[in-house]
Design a protein around this ligand. Structure first.
Ligand SMILES: [Zn+2]
Length: 188
């Protein structure tokens, strides 16, 4: 009975077994590829200098970075590039250091308002402008990632038409870079 069954269906059973085997092999090798991809990403993250946190909670970008395309500045009524992102939050205006760093500059200008610049090593700097004030920040001070360094406001008169916001810039080896290379924002 079984012999007959095997004689009749054996070929099909072997074929099915083979299909399963191929399927499992393909599945495993697929998984292997995925795993190695994940490892590659981790290695990249480790070698890249940063894992920044967002400088504002629930930040929305109200003006993107641009070094070529011109944006209309409704406050100054002129077209200009914008080597930073302007961030606003409906949750909190608290501004946080995106990484551990050292305060290298603490300044006020009519155009940019109150600004703080942090150095993070390896030629990486972050600048936070349009702050309420810089009273609690001193040049040379060490700050921790996530430490509050100020509050977003309208102190940058060249962007005051945007309302309370943070003008956030990143410089790498002396050149401005697009912050969205380092951070993912709520509306992207
Ligand atoms: Zn801006």
């Amino acid at each position: 009975m079984i012999k007959n069954f095997l004689r009749k269906y054996g070929y099909y059973m072997v074929a099915i077994a083979l299909i399963f085997a191929v399927g499992i092999t393909a599945g495993t090798s697929g998984k292997k590829t995925q795993t190695s991809l994940v490892i590659d990403q981790t290695e990249q993250t480790n070698t890249s200098p940063v894992e920044m946190m967002c400088p504002l909670s629930s930040a929305e970008v109200i003006k993107w970075y641009s070094d070529t395309e011109l944006f209309y500045n409704s406050t100054l009524k002129q077209w200009e590039s914008h080597r930073a992102v302007d961030l606003a939050s409906s949750v909190s205006n608290d501004v946080y250091a995106v990484l551990d760093g050292t305060v290298t500059d603490c300044s006020y200008s009519y155009e940019d308002g109150y600004c703080v610049t942090l150095s993070h090593g390896d030629g990486l700097f972050t600048t936070y402008c349009s702050l309420t004030n810089t009273d609690n920040i001193k040049k040379g001070q060490r700050v921790k990632r996530g430490q509050k360094i100020g509050e977003a406001s309208t102190s940058a008169s060249n962007e005051s038409g945007e309302g309370a916001h943070l003008h956030f810039a990143i410089k790498l080896n002396g050149a401005f870079v697009d912050p969205s290379n380092y951070l993912t924002f709520g509306n992207k």
